[in-house]
Write a protein that binds this ligand. Structure first.
Ligand SMILES: Nc1ncnc2c1ncn2[C@@H]1O[C@H](COP(=O)(O)OP(=O)(O)OP(=O)(O)O)[C@@H](O)[C@H]1O
Length: 261
């Protein structure tokens, strides 16, 4: 029987105070099963990163009820963090460290034994073709190399749920294939992948379920085929249709005006 890994009821989140208060999440209800790849998509500013940060226990003030792996998130963020991995959009690495040193630090925070940290570090560096850079300071790394280390750090504790916020940024085509393969394998092992990205072609291909949010609310939720509604539309076209992107294209006439001289 499938297990519910994430259960969200009536999630609301506001930023600011008084007259400047802005409600960013406006009542989100979701139930997510283990072993699925969830593509969480939406326009810029829709509330994707905010949702992920709440689910990972980083933003602790919110309204509503959330359970992660059966644990009520409120007041139990540390316990939840032990069971999840998080690959942030713009993660800060300690760049004066080498990958081996950094991953040792992260593994130690999870109370892992030095031997287990070393084994996982070596295997994951090998998978991401980074073994030859294991002892090189990360301030010499390219964006994509740093991104690979962030992904490895998100996996080091063997999490039940992996949250990824735009994980493919900076990765070359071969590395994108590696990450897609990795996510599919992890889901087959029963892990939940909760994945936010603007790369519609990737989301379309790898997601078991796609959740589209706009303006803090879920506006579509289903498999890619369900979202297509018997059309042959790509996910990019479905996205544009549901979020009003098609109409905005007309405003590109502004550019002709700006650059007419
Ligand atoms: N700490 C904060 N203080 C005030 N407003 C915030 C804060 N964090 C996010 N917001 C606002 O919340 C809204 C949702 O932001 P969020 O980062 O969740 O969007 P997103 O869907 O991840 O967007 P993008 O696709 O551009 O990454 C935006 O209007 C943003 O300005």
């Amino acid at each position: 029987m499938k297990q519910t890994s994430i259960n969200i009821r009536g999630l609301r989140k506001s930023f600011g105070k008084g007259a400047d208060v802005k409600e960013v999440l406006k009542g989100i209800d979701l139930s997510i099963e283990s072993g699925q790849i969830i593509g969480y998509i939406g326009p810029n500013g829709a509330g994707k990163s905010t949702t992920v940060k709440i689910l990972c226990g980083i933003l602790t003030s919110f309204d509503g009820d959330i359970e992660v792996m059966g644990i009520p998130l409120r007041n139990n963020a540390i316990e939840v963090k032990r069971k999840i991995g998080y690959v942030p959009e713009n993660g800060a690495l300690y760049e004066a460290l080498t990958p081996v040193e950094y991953l040792h630090l992260v593994g130690t925070l999870f109370d892992m034994s030095p031997l287990l940290i070393e084994e996982r570090t070596n295997s994951l560096l090998k998978y991401f073709e980074m073994s030859q850079h294991a002892n090189q300071r990360m301030d010499t790394f390219s964006k994509g190399m740093k991104q690979k280390i962030l992904i490895i750090a998100g996996l080091i504790n063997n999490p039940d749920i992996l949250f990824l916020d735009e994980p493919l940024s900076g990765l070359d085509a071969n590395s994108v294939i590696l990450v897609k393969d990795m996510l599919t394998r992890l889901a087959k092992q029963g892990k939940t992948i909760f994945y936010s990205s603007h790369l519609m072609d990737v989301v379309e291909k790898i997601s078991d379920r796609i959740i589209l949010i706009d303006n803090g609310q879920v506006i579509a939720d289903g498999t890619f085929e369900e979202l297509q509604q018997d059309s042959k539309a790509s996910l990019e076209q479905v996205f544009a249709k549901l979020t009003g992107g098609e109409e905005r294209v007309g405003e590109s006439g502004i550019l002709d005006e700006v650059f007419k001289n």
